[in-house]
Design a protein around this ligand. Structure first.
Ligand code: NAP
Length: 459
């Protein structure tokens, strides 16, 4: 195998190829100076010599320097060139680097590949990092050869089709968490809304009404009342699109009608929304555990004890409060446990080890149970506060009442969908039944002849 270039990528590639049992010839402009950087099993020579000695050549050179290789066009003719290059910007050039290389060397066969693998992954081997190597080319034979090399190196080749897919492959390493953009913006938006709402109720209201400085509450208390709101609402947003999809299917009486784009997008982002919900719930748990560590909390406890002593109160045990807190914490822990399970099983390596029934039971049934238990957690937290007028700061209802809105709608809708009459219809639709679709029937007549006709499948 030939490797043109002696930079980071060429070096890592050569090491990996040698380790995988290939004979490697490296082509450099300055082989003497670079030879020491490569394993002794690899031959480091001039570019033209390396090209002559090999049939498959990895071009580990930046696109800007492709034209400097044009002198090698004659010796390169008939060889397979593997373009490993990446760009610095998405859709940087009109034509992909691989297509550009193919236009410079029309007598060669160009295969795009290995660009999604970093020099670090190549060195650390396929045990760590990304294992997939995306490959595309117009020549099936060349593509197969490169795929075999990738396989021997311990990677998983993925056929991406013709060379026209090269731009898409070149853009992949430049994309920053494309599937996470919408869920992260959604999470941040919810966090900002709830944070502002809690800030008004917990800090601004006491300052305006009683001139009390409660700014110290911002870093922990306000954040800790915001996190569960975001987590809970996001968890319900995982199940809301399924409810909307079911409503549309019931309304149209078919599953063969496309959902609107926004709903499609929403359905595709449920995993990320669920993971963010788990992230906020985990942070909420840690924040809650740390609440008693705060100085403010200790001062308040001592203050309360002094007050009680002054008032000569001996028994401050309120049975209802004790029960509320015990149940509230217990269901909170169960909800967090279920969310952890959902998060773990959404990891590809775990999800791949489950069959469809197991996966859908965990993500759908247990996920819905997690939503119900989170609702219990929220209700036991709020208890009767929604009916206490002192809780309506600036006429704003307690935050927990707002968070209940979407989850309760989802739970109610799920209960309605499980009513036998609706469940049956939904199941039929999901099995392919369509409202108003005509089916042919054949009936034997009294004379023994068969008469045919059409009727609506509704009938
Ligand atoms: P690099 O360290 O800068 O190496 C580039 C090499 O190109 C040089 O060592 C040089 O070797 C050779 N070269 C040939 N003609 C040249 C010229 N006219 N001017 C300058 N250099 C010339 O870059 P790299 O990180 O190895 O990346 C090489 C290619 O691999 C790039 O297309 C990059 O997008 C791609 N890639 C890199 C990584 C990575 O993790 N680094 C990952 C995926 C893809 P000689 O001096 O010996 O000729």
């Amino acid at each position: 195998i030939g490797v043109l270039g002696s930079g980071d990528f060429a070096r890592s590639l050569a090491i990996r190829l040698v380790c995988s049992g290939f004979k490697v010839v490296v082509g450099s402009r300055n082989p003497k100076r670079k030879a020491g950087l490569f394993p002794s099993a690899a031959e480091v020579t001039f570019q033209a010599d390396a090209v002559k000695k090999t049939d498959v050549i990895f071009v580990a050179v930046f696109r800007e320097h492709y034209s400097t290789l044009c002198d090698l066009a004659d010796v390169m003719a008939g060889k397979v060139l593997v373009d490993v290059s990446n760009n610095t910007e998405i859709n940087h050039h009109k034509e992909s680097n691989a297509e550009y290389l193919a236009s410079l060397f029309p007598a060669c066969t160009v295969v795009k590949g290995f660009n999604v693998i970093s020099a670090w992954t190549l060195q650390s081997g396929a045990r760590d990092g990304n294992k997939q190597v995306l490959i595309c080319s117009n020549n099936q034979e060349a593509k197969r050869t490169v795929a075999e090399i990738a396989q021997v190196m311990g990677f998983t080749p993925v056929d991406m089709g013709c060379i026209s897919s090269a731009s898409e492959i070149e853009n992949i390493p430049l994309r920053l968490l494309p599937a996470w953009k919408i869920p992260i913006f959604l999470g941040l938006g919810l966090f900002l809304c709830f944070f502002t709402y809690n800030l008004i109720r917990q800090v601004i209201h006491p300052y305006i009404r009683e001139q009390k400085n409660k700014l110290y509450k911002i870093p922990i208390e306000v954040v800790n009342t915001t996190l569960p709101c975001v987590s809970y609402v996001m968890l319900s947003l995982v199940y809301l699109p399924g409810v909307l999809a079911a409503c549309l299917q019931l309304y149209y009486g078919t599953k063969y009608r496309r959902f609107p784009d926004w709903l499609d997008q929403w359905l595709q982002h449920r995993k990320q929304i669920g993971l963010l919900s788990f992230f906020c719930a985990a942070l909420h748990a840690v924040y809650s555990l740390c609440l008693p560590m705060r100085r403010s909390h200790r001062y308040q406890l001592i203050e309360m004890a002094v007050k009680q002593a002054a008032e000569k109160k001996m028994n401050i045990w309120v049975e209802e409060e004790v029960w509320r807190m015990e149940i509230y914490i217990s269901v909170g822990i169960i909800a967090l446990g279920l969310l952890s399970l959902l998060a773990i099983t959404s990891l590809p390596s775990i999800a791949n080890s489950l069959n469809w029934r197991e996966f859908s039971f965990i993500q759908s049934t247990l996920g819905f149970i997690a939503l119900v238990i989170s609702t219990l957690h929220t209700l036991t937290y709020g208890w009767s506060r929604a009916f206490d007028e002192n809780q309506y700061k600036f006429y704003l209802p307690p935050t927990y009442t707002l968070t209940l809105l979407v989850p309760c709608t989802v739970i109610l809708a799920k209960v309605i969908f499980n009513l036998p009459c609706i469940r049956q219809r939904l199941l039929r639709i999901r099995r392919g039944w369509e409202k108003g679709r005509y089916v042919k029937f054949v009936l034997p007549s009294a004379t023994g002849e068969y008469s045919s006709g059409e009727t609506s499948s509704n009938v």
